[in-house]
Write a protein that binds this ligand. Sequence first.
Ligand SMILES: [Zn+2]
Length: 300
Amino acid sequence: MKKARDPRILANITVGFALFTIILILLAGRVLAGVDVFAHGEVYQGRSFMVFISETSDTPTLESVRDASLVFDGKKIAFYPYEKGMRAIVGCEPEKKPGEYPIEVKYTDNGGKVNLREISIMVSPKTYPKVSFWLIPSKKKLLAPALVDDEWGQIEKKLLDESPAKLWYGFYLRPVPGITTMPFGTREFVNGKPRSRHRGQDFRAQTGTPVAAAHNGKVVIAQFFKAFGGTVVIDHGQGINTLYFHLSKIIAHPGQEVKKGDRIGLAGSTGIASGPHLHWGMSVHDVRVDPMQWVETVIP
Ligand SMILES: [Zn+2]
């Protein structure tokens, strides 16, 4: 009669297998860095959201994750170091149709392997107002698309030139105290004809009202344009810029490092403007987003 297997041998086999498994898990942890990729589940049209690459294990190995980028809406966006991981800030166009969209994330891990991950984001609808206004004929000719495109091209070049250092922290400052006269995302009808959406926040501001830098940064544009008038653009780092249009006087100069609240110019109605106001814009990797989100909530 066959004897049953010695229970001691069985126990040894079980312990051996368990040890082997633990060693495998530890090795895998070292090589794969226990990386997790995730985004906020939802973003409203015209707003900003964040995507993170973070550590899932207790062993901090993420510093060796490099060359991280993502593609959303056909645009490649860089990640930058953030706390113990990496982060990308993404702007959602106000015209983006509501629905679920893929985000393709690519990074090189500490084993030198290029990893691809696909996550998704839900774009939720946001209602923006409509407004009609009239421009005086002398300024109407400034609406020539070629002129606007040419001037915008000069500004856009600076928006695309990203600097890795993050110069802001916490809430952004509303640059003038006046009430909002036209919110971000408003559909404009000029002299009865539909134009693109309003890509900034307009505040009531008499000519000569001091305009403050919304946060710490470096001035990359400080000059007069025909369409945008007196213009200042501040680079806050990592692809985030704020824009100030229609200034009557420019105080800041290109290359200047400004602190949150510093006076950068005086409000006015230069360029295409139906009256004195400040047009304040926010650019996230060259996508104009709702700047008030950055005032009302912290994007750290
Ligand atoms: Zn405006």
